[in-house]
Ligand binder design. Sequence first.
Ligand code: TXA
Ligand code: MG
Length: 345
Amino acid sequence: MSAHPHIETRVVEVDAAALDPAVIEDAAVLLRAGGLVAFPTETVYGLGANALDDAAVQRIFAAKERDPDDPLIVHIADADAVGTVARDVPPLARQLTDAFWPGGLTLVLPRAEGVAPAVSAGRDTVAVRMPSHPVALELIATAGVPVAAPSANRFMRTSATTAAHVLDDLGGRIDMVLDAGPATAGIESTVVAVEGEAVTLLRPGAVTVERLEEVLGRPVARRERESSGPSSPGMLERHYAPRARLVYGPDATVEELVTMAREAAASGARLGMLLAEGDAPGIEDEGIVVERPGPQGDLEQVARGLFAALRSLDAAGVEVIYARGFSREGAGLAIDDRLRRASAG
Ligand code: TXA
Ligand code: MG
């Protein structure tokens, strides 16, 4: 265990519909002074630091116990500020920012000089996003600096979609949490690399590939392996994982998964299942802990509740989780990606 000096983490509730300027100012002052402030975005909660301050950015890595080779996303409050973070913004990148910003799309572009080296973990590229959450936008604008922010969870864990998740993972390690209630998308941004005419998907997320392809008018390249093309270290095989062992059965039927869970429960293990609404009614009466983030037909709802469901199964103390698969269309591609990584290794 690494030694972490305990610091007081201030939790402040904010009403996104009626922002209190004094609260935002406090948080902005902390950021400018090199502090760490967790804040809501529409995708997941972020752990923010001044992206121009290398020492502040390094504190993010320490608090999260994040791999120092895994670069961070820089958040801006104004699409035009992309030019201060990225050295070059190809026309294709402009086309994407026009269509999807503010929102859940992150672009990997050539890095500008002023960005703290730690943000890019030694690469000459930088990931940048303009979120749509009013608290995030106001905080970044008030701080007057771009804000580096990974998801506000400990290394390898699922991203935080509520302030309570942030506190569970990072309480006592960061200066402040702005609590504006649960994140609406619940899944991280889509990350794409733009190199001239090439757009490559590095991480499926809140903006679907279908919508990207509609705007671009052609297919988006998928990154095959770590070794080919632009890579994203965060595409680590095991990631987004609950403490419990997760058995992901995208090709199994719900009946087959239930049978496996029953057999494992019969041998004394404490079992959890991640199902859709309406699956295996009554299975919870058999002592199996079940989370149902949404109906099969509403993948956005499933995505919104996915990480909270995994955290809640952990909180119930299950040893193994059997998770069903969902369609891989639309928001389903990101759900499948996260469940696959959560079950790896
Ligand atoms: O929705 C989100 O993206 C949230 C909110 C807070 O904005 N942030 C987030 O950050 O999920 P993080 O650090 O957990 O994930 C960032 C991903 C990682 O997979 C990382 O490897 C990739 O973006 N990334 C960042 N900079 C990169 C770069 N220069 N080149 C390639 N991949 C990069
Ligand atoms: Mg993350």
